[in-house]
Design a protein around this ligand. Structure first.
Ligand code: PMP
Length: 396
């Protein structure tokens, strides 16, 4: 996608890059921008106010809530608007777990940090069981069966598709092993909502987190879907969101989220088809580059995500080379001060630490084209060709 120089957005003038980092954040759909603008340009009342402006804002918020409910096939009463996936995951783990009961929480080794960090805090009060994944980045239901069926857990929270690898987890099989009367089931579906059909009712999911900006909605808005009362609140001091999340609603962004949810529902098939085509072409061309490899390639993955490595290119070096050449991708490693650590997801998959440090993620979006895929592949090939011949031979 080429950023153009909009009237009041001079900062974008230099951004003539091909954007290939949609799992990090996807640009807003033009219809989402159109839906939001009137709420920024005109007086928008407080949805809790009784006058006409307040009632208009309330009605906009409730329409958006209905759109989310339709997309996920859940009750609209269960939708709690939050600031995104991070807050939703925190609200779930801090608000809905009973710390006085010494019953475990089950999760996995390949969760997003917004699950992992609150789990570390919970682990001081109760047992936390992390399911491992196999070499393809997938939790093995057969291996998990005994743990799940004997743990008597109060909560199981499993990421639906991992943000780095795109690997989809066998949620249905895992949920079937849980005692539904005693265990709440949640999924961090931040990378799935808007990319694949997701029916909470059919999946028998009690709770789900997601973020609007992963489905062409605005940043800083999302939802936790859960039809229960929290034991503890993250935000208190107001009755908003059915007393589950205090503070005046971000009306304009909620409207944007509602529009993104509506478009996702209507355009899902077309979107999946387009993304899958880009991914397939990219991966088949990548396979021809000697020494390249794709992590989790044999597992079922999101249609837009490829997590890969080229030989002898450190992930961050490769990212900088690509950035200079006008391609925006992402690395899977976390940079803590001066030390770059391999991704915890690749470590859980048993990937060698040196290879893991070479990992780079491409995540396509609707604005990407086959021509851009071709340009990226040519650039990767050119970078590999730059390696001294002796190194290239060893890599093969
Ligand atoms: N969970 C997953 C799987 C994610 O990919 C992300 C975003 N990287 C989050 C949670 C957090 O979302 P946000 O940053 O929008 O709060």
């Amino acid at each position: 996608m080429r950023m153009t120089c909009a009237r009041s957005s001079l900062i974008f003038c230099n951004l003539m890059a091909v954007y290939l980092d949609h799992n990090a954040s996807s640009p807003m759909h033009p219809e989402v921008v159109d839906a939001i603008l009137p709420f920024l340009q005109n007086p928008t009342g407080n949805p809790s106010s009784l006058h006409s402006f307040g009632r208009m804002a309330r009605s906009a918020v409730e329409s958006a809530r209905n759109e989310v409910a339709q997309l996920l096939n859940c009750s609209s009463n269960a939708v709690i608007f939050t600031s995104g996936g991070t807050e939703s995951n925190n609200l779930l783990l801090k608000g809905f777990v009973d710390k006085s009961e010494n019953r475990p929480v089950i999760s996995s080794e390949i969760e997003h940090p917004s699950i992992i960090e609150p789990l570390k805090q919970l682990a001081q009060a109760l047992p936390v069981i992390l399911l491992p994944c196999n070499a393809q980045g997938q939790i093995d239901p057969e291996q998990a069966a005994e743990v799940i069926s004997t743990a008597d857990a109060q909560l199981m929270s499993i990421i639906y598709a991992n943000n780095e690898t795109g690997v989809i987890q066998p949620l249905e099989a895992l949920i079937d092993m849980v005692d539904r009367d005693r265990c709440l089931v949640h999924s961090d579906a931040t990378q799935v909502v808007g990319k694949l059909p997701l029916d909470m009712n059919q999946l028998k999911l009690d709770a789900l987190s997601f973020s609007a900006h992963k489905l062409q909605g605005p940043q800083g808005i999302g939802a936790l879907v859960i039809d229960r009362k929290p034991r503890e609140l993250l935000h208190s001091g107001g009755e908003q969101e059915n007393r589950k999340r205090a503070g005046t609603e971000n009306v304009a962004m909620i409207v944007g989220l509602g529009k993104a949810a509506q478009l996702a529902r209507l355009e899902l098939d077309q979107k999946k088809h387009h993304l899958l085509q880009l991914q397939q072409v990219f991966e088949s061309r990548l396979a021809a580059i000697p020494g390249s490899q794709v992590f989790g390639q044999k597992a079922t993955r999101l249609p837009n995500t490829t997590y890969f490595a080229l030989p002898y290119y450190h992930g961050e070096t490769l990212l900088m080379e690509l950035d200079r050449a006008g391609f925006a991708l992402s690395s899977g490693s976390a940079c803590h001060s001066e030390v770059t650590l391999p991704s915890h997801v690749l470590s859980a998959m048993g990937v060698d630490a040196n290879l893991a440090l070479n990992a780079v993620r491409v995540s396509f979006g609707m604005s990407n084209t086959l021509q851009e895929v071709e340009m990226l592949i040519n650039k990767l090939q050119e970078l590999v060709n730059k390696l001294p011949a002796v190194i290239r031979q060893v890599a093969v």
